[in-house]
Design a protein around this ligand. Sequence first.
Ligand code: GLV
Ligand code: GLV
Length: 328
Amino acid sequence: QIMKVFITRRIPQEGMKILSQAGVCKVSLWDSDETVPRAELLKGVAGAHGLLCLLSDKIDTEVLDAAGPNLKVISTLSVGFDHMKLSLCPRLHVLCRGVRVGYTPDVLTDATAELTVALLLATARRLPEGVVEVKNGGWSTWKPLWLCGYGLSGSTVGVIGLGRIGMAIARRLKPFGVKRLLYSGRTAKSYAAEVEGEYVPLDTLVSESDFVVVSCALTPETQGLCNKDFFIKMKNTAVFINTSRGAVVNQEDLYQALSSGQIACAGLDVTTPEPLPTDHPLLTLNNCVVLPHIGSATYSTRGIMAELSANNLLAGLQGTDMPSELKF
Ligand code: GLV
Ligand code: GLV
């Protein structure tokens, strides 16, 4: 019996090819680069055996109900899974229905770490401001006090969440002459020794770091973690970087911290909501660099993510081992 699969967006052809060559499923695709409307998602998933979704699709019990009893697998083209409201109801709603979940860790670690380093340097050294000045005639001469920022050499870097991506960021930043590498999280990590990482309480990390880099998953514990109290503890000269999930940050508090000089500057690859409305207060600040969630956006990484999510989907349909299955 040919199984039915719904894909919520155009994805790189590497993934589509794997699904068509497998010959076990009939794919229906929301054939667009824009988010599938909720009603179309609910319609598309009806009777499906497999769902391939993105981090911009909210997957909850309504979607599972709309899919019905055929559903065997949900495969997300992302490492993050906070958009699947499974943390609220993992065993109850997904496991009891026998739905397996695939995701794409590891394959995007390097690309995301690179983007984080790029954003950190661009923010600290004020590259977007400089580019604008060149274009608008603000560059009048070489000025000793103009467009100065902050460097990594001799600095203390704090990584919140030293997971796969956090560790890849730390490895890349160390050679810039970072003096101390602090990290915080639920547990100390033995692999942190490679970057001479010091496991410290969050408060210590926040108050002692020149660069605070958020690289943790969004969970009930990390939601709103970076709030008023957090920013008040940071140095006035510190740089704040977030490439994990927007909701880890209280954006009103971040705006206050940036506009009052509580902290020096911020670079964000993730926001709430996404997209950030073009009239959002954060976008009026020169000391805030906002990117449109492009951490994993290299051609090759996105191709490999599509392959992995297609292979996860097929394994879920066929009841075989998944290359990357989410275990609760
Ligand atoms: C990107 O944010 C991802 O979760 O893959
Ligand atoms: C997950 O967020 C990771 O660090 O890979």
